[in-house]
Write a protein that binds this ligand. Structure first.
Ligand code: ZN
Ligand code: ZN
Length: 331
């Protein structure tokens, strides 16, 4: 299942095998049959019948490569694994479910000391508790599943205090989510759609009304192809909003700092450099030139700073003018 088309391939392959076996074979029709990609689940009265289902499906494979293994509860009280949970059918027909992790799977997950942002680690842990909660059918099973997650996380460097914090936060979030959902249910939300025609808008309004969906339909002008491809005023000057913009001043025209995709030359203004022709830096940028120049100003004003000293202008100042200086001139 490692490559992208694999899950899709598995679905098609399995369906081809099923359509002539489990779906039509009268001898084996189970009370329930379902599949998630290549994991099958069925209800049968004994293990022999479960094996028959597998054999029937396998027999449809012309290459004889498909091999199914049966997980059948050992006793009336044992659970059977299916996907990420274990299932047990009770005497009264109700289901007991809880979290399942393959015993051969190593107790590894995102480690507490990994270099991921803290929020990622917290969310990963919180999601595990969410899953444990969602797949468990009652309080006892929930506790069992939660302990499994505890064990996994503790094995990966999380301590009890951190886990308690994560659990507390989940509880708070849950009540907050519930409150918010209730609030949303009680208010009318607006559905923003691009305007196509009055007829179209009317139809959507009608549909919402007949389905009793509490929304207010609002139309926006929407973007036309013309907006993407053309500019109605291409010769307009871009505006610079900075007072006394240094770059605009230097380039001799207000608004010039907004020009993008340019190749530029910066020259050191010291007479000795101008005469000897050193201290010239040629650069290019796809961003507005003003943005790039701000970086140059910073490195020139503080050339010895650790974060700037490898930048071109800082290098020049450090080697030719080793004292506080500022960029003087450029063309
Ligand atoms: Zn400017
Ligand atoms: Zn210089």
């Amino acid at each position: 299942m490692g490559v992208r088309p694999a899950p899709l391939g598995a679905i098609i392959k399995m369906w081809k095998l099923e359509r002539n076996s489990v779906y039509v074979d009268q001898r084996i029709t189970p009370t329930y049959y379902g599949r998630y990609y290549d994991d099958l689940g069925a209800i049968t009265t004994n293990i022999r019948k479960a094996q028959l289902i597998c054999l029937s499906i396998e027999s449809q494979d012309p290459d004889h490569r498909i091999r199914l293994t049966v997980d059948y509860p050992e006793s009336r009280n044992s659970f059977t694994p299916f996907l990420n949970m274990e299932v047990k059918i009770n005497q009264d027909g109700s289901l007991d479910t809880r979290l399942f992790r393959k015993p051969q799977k190593k107790l590894l997950t995102l480690h507490a000391s990994s270099h991921h942002p803290l929020s990622v680690k917290e969310h990963t842990a919180a999601n595990m508790y969410d899953t444990a909660d969602n797949v468990s059918s009652n309080t006892v099973n929930k506790q069992y599943s939660e302990r499994m997650v505890d064990e996994l996380l503790i094995n990966n460097g999380y301590n009890n205090r951190v886990l308690q914090q994560i659990k507390d936060r989940r509880k708070r979030n849950r009540s907050y989510r519930k409150r918010r959902e209730n609030r949303v249910l009680n208010t009318v939300t607006s559905l923003k759609i691009p305007f196509l025609s009055d007829k179209c808008t009317a139809k959507i309004k009608e549909a919402a009304k007949s389905l009793q969906i509490p929304i207010r339909v609002v139309t926006t002008p929407g973007k036309k192809l013309r907006d993407f491809l053309t500019s109605s005023r291409p010769r307009d000057k871009k505006k610079c909003s900075t007072n006394n913009c240094r770059t605009c001043l230097a380039l001799g025209d207000k608004g010039q700092c907004t020009v993008q995709n340019v190749v530029y030359e910066v020259k050191c203004g010291y007479t000795e450099c101008l005469q000897s022709g050193v201290g010239i830096y040629n650069g290019e940028t796809y961003r507005p030139i003003g943005e790039r120049f701000i970086e140059h100003y910073r490195s020139a004003n503080n050339p010895t700073a650790k974060s700037y000293r490898d930048m071109p202008l800082a290098k020049h100042y450090n080697s030719h003018h080793p004292r506080p200086a500022s960029i003087r001139d450029w063309n």
